[in-house]
Design a protein around this ligand. Structure first.
Ligand SMILES: [Zn+2]
Length: 426
């Protein structure tokens, strides 16, 4: 039989984690332990897509390639999907990290004009070009750690002009960088200084001015809101989300992060695609989310970064049938680009198993950003977003931490990271 020539073969894996079967619906409960592992597996890649997946012996019989990656002794998985990042901002807040170490709380820093508001001032001053250059570097770091798709929120502009600027930056990043970037409008991230004491006035601006312009210019797929005590009430959040949905945006909510506030209930009520954080979500709210299939995006690095001992109750969510995904929450107060660290934290602090955590950073994360039809698992027809790790099996992902285990990253069929050669795009 004549072998068909393809662009790339990855073969001889110790373990190939396919996550087969999770494309249509997110994995829940016991399904989160089913990784679809092929021992001594191989992948054939053509035109940026996966053409075949199977045992090395059978894939080799059917295909030959110019470029072959020998993954002997290695783990091969789908590229990580990071479903929650605040990718675009200017400046940094290492000073506040030091203040927090000396006892200041997040809300105290915010009331003093620090926190989000400090980053808003810096981001408003920055040019589009500066923001693109800075975020390109962040995406390089994410890619080097195996992330091939990210969600990116606006939310440090907090006025029409600068929110649009940040969303244009996200659009440009998606065009320029190999990592796919999914845009979320988060105009309701905080109340800007010029609306201090008039949260309703700002909510009106988000609804009447920002959402219409964002949708007219097609700059976002999702709308998110920070529903939290002293930020936006459930009522205000709902007004924003209802308007966003009417305008054709899909919904996300920062819910129940610091207080039990009814965010999970609201996420289910408005049929959000995902609800984020959920540290204080009520059992009732979680039950409602399970029923509606709202993905819980858990962000253990945020709690770790804030030095909190409180983490989301992932075990309860999994037992209730809530689909669980994991993200970095990359932002100026949680500066982490690495989903491998998130896995390690999810295992240790939330008692997720390595298998559940791996589902959380791949196929379920893809569902959280409406990309499960093209990424998140290694199946025929999907994008060839593939990571080769220098570990023999998936359990090492939670077990070894603090170093980058990635050896190679393939993005849409092209080898873009090789630990011996660095990042190879542009
Ligand atoms: Zn966030």
């Amino acid at each position: 039989m004549k072998r068909k020539t393809v662009d790339l073969l990855i073969e001889n894996t110790n373990e190939l984690v396919t996550l087969k079967g999770g494309s249509r619906k997110p994995l829940v409960g016991k399904q989160m332990e089913e990784l679809g592992i092929i021992k001594d597996g191989a992948l054939a890649v053509k035109d940026g897509k996966i053409l075949a997946v199977g045992k090395t012996s059978s894939v080799e019989k059917r295909f030959r390639a110019e470029e072959t990656v020998d993954a002997k002794g290695k783990l091969v998985i789908p590229g990580f999907v990071d479903p929650h990042t605040h990718l675009v901002f200017a400046g940094s807040r290492e000073d506040e990290f030091e203040m927090r170490l000396k006892g200041a709380s997040y809300m105290e820093i915010l009331r003093k004009g620090g926190g989000i508001l400090k980053t808003v001032r810096a981001t408003r001053q920055a040019s589009e070009r500066e923001l693109v250059d800075k975020s390109m570097k962040t995406l390089d770091t994410m890619l080097a750690h195996g992330t091939t798709t990210v969600e990116a929120k606006s939310g440090y502009g907090l006025n029409l002009k600068d929110e649009l600027k940040c969303l244009r930056v996200i659009k440009k990043l998606n065009e320029k960088h190999p990592v796919d970037v999914v845009p979320t409008f988060l105009g309701a991230h905080a109340v800007p200084a010029e609306f201090k004491g008039d949260t309703d006035g700002y909510v009106d601006t988000v609804i009447d001015k920002m959402i219409p312009e964002v949708t007219k210019q097609r700059l976002a797929e999702f709308c998110d809101v920070f529903c939290e005590k002293d930020v936006f009430t459930v009522e205000q959040s709902k007004r924003i989300l209802v308007k966003a949905k009417e305008s054709g945006l899909r919904l996300k909510i920062h819910a129940d992060e610091m207080t039990s506030f009814g965010g999970a209930e609201l996420a289910a009520e408005v049929e959000a695609v995902s609800a984020e954080h959920l540290l204080f979500a009520s059992e009732k709210g979680l039950g409602m989310m399970a029923k509606k299939g709202v993905v819980a995006v858990l962000l253990p690095a945020a709690a770790f970064s804030l030095m909190s001992s409180k983490y989301a109750d992932a075990r309860k969510m999994i037992s209730l049938g809530v689909p669980v995904a994991l993200g970095t929450d990359f932002n100026p107060s949680c500066w982490v680009e690495n989903q491998q660290l998130v896995i390690a934290l999810a295992c240790r602090e939330m008692r997720m198993t390595p298998a559940e955590a791996l589902v959380g950073v791949t196929v379920n994360a893809a569902h959280a950003i409406n990309r499960a039809h093209e990424v998140g698992s290694l199946e025929v027809g999907k994008k060839a977003d593939i990571v080769v790790l220098d570990i023999p099996d998936y359990r090492f992902l939670g077990y070894r931490f603090g170093v980058n285990l990635v050896e190679k990253v393939v993005k849409e069929g092209t080898l873009v990271v090789d630990c011996e050669r660095g990042i190879m795009h542009n």
